[in-house]
Design a protein. Structure first.
Length: 167
């Protein structure tokens, strides 16, 4: 049986369509080398761009207050979150809080915060930024990386009740 969901065809419809594609969740972080202040956000638009050179990408909303802080303090740390890291994902997605309070992490060799329990991590330099609608598409060059653990990734999926994506 083939059924069609009748939606308005606008952004609500697009959110509903794209919400049916599960995506992995990453934490994007940095630490200011002068002050030690850490900043972070979550992204579910992360993907591999190239193996040689090692390039990855993710998107950041133009409205993000965290991105300018992260961007100004390279290198970036990208932690590929595991299924058990809902609290870390939700904390880094929140605004106006000390996102790292009580959140266990270690420093990458270049000084970027890497979340404990992450399945894998990359240390990146920003290679390029491109405007993309209400977001910026960020391309990062992987400088260092490691796979720490096996396990299921943290996924972002559509919440059928609210129509919003949940981490």
């Amino acid at each position: 049986m083939n059924t069609t969901i009748d939606l308005d065809g606008g952004t609500r419809c697009l959110r509903n369509v794209l919400g049916r594609f599960a995506t992995g969740v990453v934490a994007v972080t940095s630490a200011d080398p002068a002050t030690g202040h850490r900043a972070g956000l979550v992204a579910n638009s992360f993907c591999s761009v190239s193996l040689e050179p090692a390039l990855v990408s993710f998107c950041v909303a133009h409205t993000s207050a965290s991105w300018p802080l992260i961007r100004s303090a390279e290198p970036l740390g990208i932690s590929i979150l595991g299924a058990q890291q809902a609290e870390a994902a939700n904390r880094l997605a929140a605004s106006g809080t000390d996102k790292f309070q009580g959140l266990p992490w270690t420093s990458s060799p270049g000084g970027a915060p890497i979340l404990d329990g992450a399945l894998a991590w990359l240390e990146c330099a920003v290679e390029a930024e491109h405007p993309a609608g209400g977001h910026r598409l960020v391309v990062g060059r992987g400088v260092r990386r490691d796979a720490r653990a096996d396990g299921a990734p943290r996924l972002c999926v559509l919440n059928k009740r609210s129509g919003r994506r949940k981490l």
